[in-house]
Design a protein around this ligand. Structure first.
Ligand SMILES: Cc1cc2nc3c(=O)[nH]c(=O)nc-3n(C[C@H](O)[C@H](O)[C@H](O)COP(=O)(O)OP(=O)(O)OC[C@H]3O[C@@H](n4cnc5c(N)ncnc54)[C@H](O)[C@@H]3O)c2cc1C
Length: 396
């Protein structure tokens, strides 16, 4: 192993954090397996890192080994198939819900947006609304990335996984990944490495388009995106137009990485939208946005007394609604662009939900602003916002 001159300020998109004690970069799947097993055998603390766009590390750094995942590759799987709509899918792993899809296998370190670009270019629908999300493909199932009406859980067939406990590689089907809103078994303690991910995408002919150039998206599910495209919710649009519209929307909100735009120097949304009981939601002002949550899936509920979120593991429970964390923050009095004097951290000037590094911020600056936002929201509305990123050596 080699000691690392690289700090987390270099390795993460929020650009804070000291150095790891050691860093190993894996560029092939074999190296990734071998390195992980070696590091685990040492019994030292370890941390997986892809694009570093959902990770914040303390200024002291990390007293352990970082496994930096830089594997690459997009391919059709050996079980890939094209089945006309209406016909039964064939192939050992072909789930009926993905009948007629094309399965692509993507190595964990492949940048996610390259996968979206590949799909759009090849006339494959299903992930176009996830354009412009930074980071690696292996991290996409970890928090079930989502945006503009699509979630990666909708298209994941399975992941190839190196299990920390057994040291074995196994294929885990999507149904066993415990997907929920920004959640999966990987966020709930299943330790190991996602080596590759299989996605089922819808080929253009299934969307009634005649060629890749005019391939159509899945039905547009998000009103703001439908408006931008000039179509109704539920309509389809050309894949390339959807991708361009999403990228433009994201850029207007500072949600598209751009080194020249300090509003993008962060981790995207800093807090997850709270999921609360319907009865609690009724205590909020009438104009607070509320979105019904589809049950039954594992859901975290933030109790009123501020104790740790509880988990309802897919059982019949109270009706749940998702709130808008951005609305709660603004309604609590935090404005876009707000920063504590003397701190290098500030709320994005384009989006209340993003905490950004304006240049020279420390991880304490980031955590301090996050605590301030949490405290205001708690005192106004009685709930504690839960941070979205993976925190190393920091408490928020
Ligand atoms: C500007 C901006 C906009 C964003 N917009 C969105 C958005 O719209 N929607 C959304 O959902 N997210 C968004 N994000 C968050 C982030 O991009 C995603 O969560 C992304 O999937 C993180 O990928 P990464 O490779 O950078 O993860 P990292 O930060 O490297 O890792 C995140 C977590 O996953 C673990 N991990 C990484 N790779 C693996 C692997 N192969 N196997 C197992 N565990 C692994 C890490 O240990 C860590 O716990 C945004 C971030 C930024 C900076």
């Amino acid at each position: 192993m080699t000691s690392s001159p690289r700090t987390f300020a270099d390795l993460t998109t929020i650009r804070v954090g000291g150095a790891p004690r050691e860093l190993h970069e894996a560029t092939t799947p074999e190296q990734l397996v071998e390195t992980s097993l070696d590091v685990w055998a040492s019994n030292e603390p370890w941390l997986l890192l892809g694009g570093g766009s959902n990770t914040i590390v303390a200024d002291e750094g990390f007293d352990g080994t970082v496994i930096l995942i830089s594997t690459r590759g997009i391919s059709e799987t050996s079980t890939s198939y094209i089945v006309p709509e209406g016909c039964a899918a064939s192939g050992p792993d072909a789930p009926t819900s993905h009948a007629g899809s094309i399965i692509i296998r993507v190595q964990a370190g492949e940048p996610w947006d390259a996968v979206v670009s590949f799909a759009v270019t090849h006339g494959l629908a299903g992930i176009e609304a996830l354009s412009g999300i930074p980071g690696s493909t292996g991290a996409t199932p970890v928090q079930n990335i989502g945006a503009y009406g699509q979630e990666v859980a909708d298209v994941i067939v399975s992941v190839e996984f190196l299990d920390y406990l057994t040291g074995e590689v196994e294929s885990i089907p999507a149904a066993e990944l415990g997907f929920a809103y920004r959640d999966s078994i990987f966020k709930r303690g299943r330790l190991g490495v996602v080596l590759s991910v299989d996605f089922a995408l819808t080929p253009s002919w299934r969307s009634d388009a005649v060629s890749d150039a005019t391939a159509l998206s899945l039905p547009i599910a998000y009103p703001q995106l439908a408006d931008a495209l000039g179509v109704a919710v539920g309509d389809r649009a050309e894949l390339s137009r959807v991708r361009e519209a999403v990228l433009a929307l994201r850029a207007s909100k500072g949600m598209l990485l751009d080194p020249s735009d300090t509003d993008t120097i962060g981790v995207g949304s800093f807090f997850v939208n709270p999921i609360v009981t319907e009865s609690f939601a009724r205590t909020l002002p009438a104009d607070a946005p509320r979105y019904p949550v589809a049950a039954p899936i594992a859901q975290r509920v933030t109790p009123l007394d501020g104790s740790s979120p509880m988990l309802f593991p897919g059982l019949e429970g109270p009706a749940l609604v998702k709130l808008s964390a951005a609305w709660l923050i603004e309604a609590a009095g935090v404005k876009k662009g707000f920063g504590v004097p003397g701190s290098g951290a500030a709320i994005s000037s384009k989006h209340t939900l993003a905490i950004t590094n304006r240049g020279g911020a420390t991880s304490d600056d980031i955590a301090g602003l996050a605590h301030y936002v949490q405290a205001l929201v708690q005192s106004h509305f009685g709930l504690i916002l839960r941070p979205e990123p993976n925190l190393i050596g920091l408490e928020i």
